[in-house]
Ligand binder design. Structure first.
Ligand SMILES: [Zn+2]
Length: 690
């Protein structure tokens, strides 16, 4: 399946998972400040750090979001010429589920600038409740030292790009478009040996008319050479299928005094999808606003379509299902953009008069398009999994483009497979299969058995893993291209992760069996979606899956609680695909925020010892007594008291817990949960205030 990925570069990370309580790791090379366990900021305030994945869990009450990069500037790795600017803050929309804790959470994305220029991919996200930071993740480019004065002008750089690409005709030759503007910025590039550096570059988005070409190209602003290209077309091979007579098409009526026609415009005001077919288009792939008129759209006089306009109706219907899937609780997403902007679908798409034997997502001029072709003969590609896959490419692109190459491209592809699967499952109402394209008679992938299509079923699997280090991305399948360094191949790793997280099962990694219990598709999809939307960092060096692993584990912690069954399964599923081998679950992190999960926490805690409260019931004060064997020297105990609504009413700490007395006169009558937290165990006891 394809999709289009826009202007982007990468970000991110390397590291190692280190539980602060247990492991400190020393690095031979310079470690970025926010991945360095010996950084004073981390020592003082971090609860847990996954430095491989570039993610930090912070202590409660330790840091405030607004001043993070100013108060702790040097310890975040920023230099004198660096600045971090807030890009956007968004409120969490996925916590509205009775099964999980429901704090108000916000995510604030920051972009790094160096000497006033954007450092593409150097982004950092603070996950916070408005007052204090819970988790942070991302990448900061440290030690930048380069000139920001271009030696090559914007116009020279553009002509370099044009002559490098060498197409016959361009978008600005015929459609109401001007030459593309260049953006001067700092980018991260890896050379053919895998050596990485930052460069000053001009960035252009270039669209050809003579071929299906839409890419972002970066020209070195010092030498004029081509630094890299990223495809803005995410395209994927597929075929067609007819889902019986199930269509209940969402159409719009348009009447004049002469006639009445029904068009493929979603009309119920919950969806916003326009579908057409290619009959009225020129050969050029590009789609201009002027073609989206009533007159050019497929129509029916009576709204009884039957087999008429089959390619367009099938695609329209499947896109409606995709829209509906994302809109339901708990994802609550409105369309690709998240705010309901329309999606344009071109069915039976052709290039230069030839049928397009593919499907793709393309974005241009702030419009989102799904192009749907046919396979050989008449197999239209309008199926749930294919359209769902393309629709998800749009969701990803509108959230945070994952550059369409190497590992970030493989993640991009995999997220589309994950939600393509979920949309097929949602549309049928049950699990049908883990394959892609089967309805169009064009099987291309299998999420359960990736090897059957030569995709790896675990990270670095011999014979199947596509090397990305030093790989130069080339479009197209082997042997002519390398699939942008294996985006439709290495996607098998995360696909298998998702399948195992859903179903449970065993994966064979280098001859050893790794088991996962499984948590079901809906929970797995919720974790995957939360990861995609709220943890936007990907691996800057494009060399591993540690970042997405860290992000999905943090997502599970937020959604279901640290050390919950869902959390542990998420870790286990990554381990089963050969990513990560250590699970730093820490029960006491933010325990007060996860009261709804206390049952699970208690079950997980091996606290066989007794804690006694006296007197209970009480009216004035209460004393704590802990069994001697459970006491630790030099430990601070935190005591939190919650009412039966889960609201924290009292909090204190002591290093001497036996006989510790708490005054409860100020709280009203009722039943309360008292929770003792320390670094070794957590205990919850009920008491009554009378
Ligand atoms: Zn795709």
């Amino acid at each position: 399946m394809k999709k289009l990925n826009l202007k982007y570069s990468n970000r991110v990370i390397l590291g190692l998972i280190a539980n602060l309580f247990i492991i400190f790791i020393s690095f031979a090379q310079t470690v970025p400040k926010l991945k360095d366990p010996s950084n004073p900021l981390i020592i003082e305030h971090a609860f847990l750090i996954d430095s491989l994945g570039g993610l930090i869990y912070w202590n409660e009450g330790a840091l405030t979001p607004g001043s993070f990069f100013t108060t702790h500037r040097s310890n975040t790795g920023l230099g004198d010429l660096d600045s971090m600017l807030e890009v956007i803050t968004w409120k969490d929309s996925l916590l509205e589920d009775e099964d999980s804790p429901a704090p108000d959470l916000y995510h604030t994305l920051y972009q790094q600038y160096y000497n006033g220029l954007k450092v593409e991919g150097a982004e950092y996200t603070l996950h916070h409740d408005g007052e204090e930071i819970w988790i942070s993740s991302g990448f900061i480019a440290e030690g930048l030292l380069l000139s920001v004065t271009p030696q090559i002008s914007e116009s020279v750089a553009l002509s370099q790009a044009i002559s490098h690409l060498g197409f016959e005709t361009w978008i600005w030759d015929s459609i109401e478009t001007e030459y593309p503007d260049g953006e001067l910025l700092i980018i991260f590039v890896a050379d053919s040996n895998g050596n990485e550096s930052f460069k000053l570059a001009w960035k252009f988005t270039i669209v050809a008319l003579s071929e299906l070409y839409n890419s972002t190209i970066y020209i070195d602003a010092t030498t004029g050479g081509v630094c890299k290209k990223l495809s803005n077309i995410h395209d994927d091979s597929f075929n067609h299928y007819y889902y019986g007579n199930k269509y209940d098409l969402d159409t719009r009526v348009h009447s004049t005094w002469i006639r009445t026609r029904h068009y493929l415009f979603a009309n119920d005001f919950t969806r916003n999808i326009y579908s057409t077919d290619d009959l009225n288009y020129h050969d050029s792939y590009f789609i201009s606003d002027k073609y989206w008129n009533w007159e050019d759209m497929p129509f029916s006089n009576d709204d009884i379509w039957g087999n008429d306009k089959w390619s367009a109706t099938a695609a329209h219907y499947c896109a409606s299902k995709s829209w509906d899937y994302f809109k339901q609780t708990p994802l609550n997403r409105k369309g690709m953009t998240g705010w309901g902007k329309h999606v344009r679908i071109v069915a039976d798409y052709k290039i230069n008069g030839n049928h397009y034997n593919n499907a793709s997502y393309v974005t241009f001029n702030n419009e989102d398009y799904i192009l749907v072709g046919r396979y050989t003969n008449n197999n239209y590609l309008g199926t749930y999994d294919i359209i769902g896959h393309e629709f998800t490419h749009g969701v990803t692109n509108r959230s945070r483009p994952l550059p369409y190459e190497k590992i970030s491209g493989a993640l991009n592809e995999s997220f589309s497979d994950i939600f393509g699967y979920m949309i097929e499952r949602y549309s049928f109402g049950y699990h049908r299969n883990w394959t892609f394209g089967e309805d169009a008679n064009a099987l291309v992938r299998d999420m359960k058995y990736p090897n059957s299509f030569s995709n790896p079923s675990f990270y670095m699997q011999p014979q199947y893993w596509v090397n990305v280090i030093g790989c130069t991305p080339v479009a197209g399948a082997p042997p002519t291209g390398n699939d942008f360094c294996g985006v439709h191949f290495n996607s098998g790793v995360q696909n298998k992760w998702f399948q195992l997280l859903t179903d449970g099962g065993t994966n064979n990694v280098y001859g050893s069996s790794r088991n996962v219990a499984g948590i079901g598709a809906d929970k797995a999809a919720r974790i995957a979606y939360y990861t995609l939307i709220n943890y936007k960092n990907y691996d800057f060096q494009n060399s591993n899956f540690n970042t997405v692993r860290a992000n999905s584990i943090a997502s599970a912690a937020i959604l279901y609680g640290m050390c919950s069954n869902e959390y542990n399964n998420t870790c286990a599923a990554w381990h089963a695909v050969n990513v990560g081998n250590y699970n730093p679950c820490a029960l006491s992190w933010r325990i007060s925020r996860f009261l709804n999960n206390l049952t699970g926490l208690k079950n997980n805690t091996k606290s066989v010892f007794d804690v006694t409260l006296f007197p209970n019931p009480t009216s004035n004060s209460i004393k704590l007594f802990v069994e001697q064997s459970a006491l630790n020297e030099n430990t601070v105990y935190k005591i939190n008291i919650f009412d039966n609504q889960g609201k924290l009413v009292l909090s204190s700490t002591t290093s001497n817990i036996n006989g510790y007395e708490i005054n409860v006169q100020s709280i009203s009558e009722g039943i309360y949960n008292l929770i003792i937290i320390n670094s070794n165990w957590t205990k919850s006891i009920k008491f009554v205030k009378q």
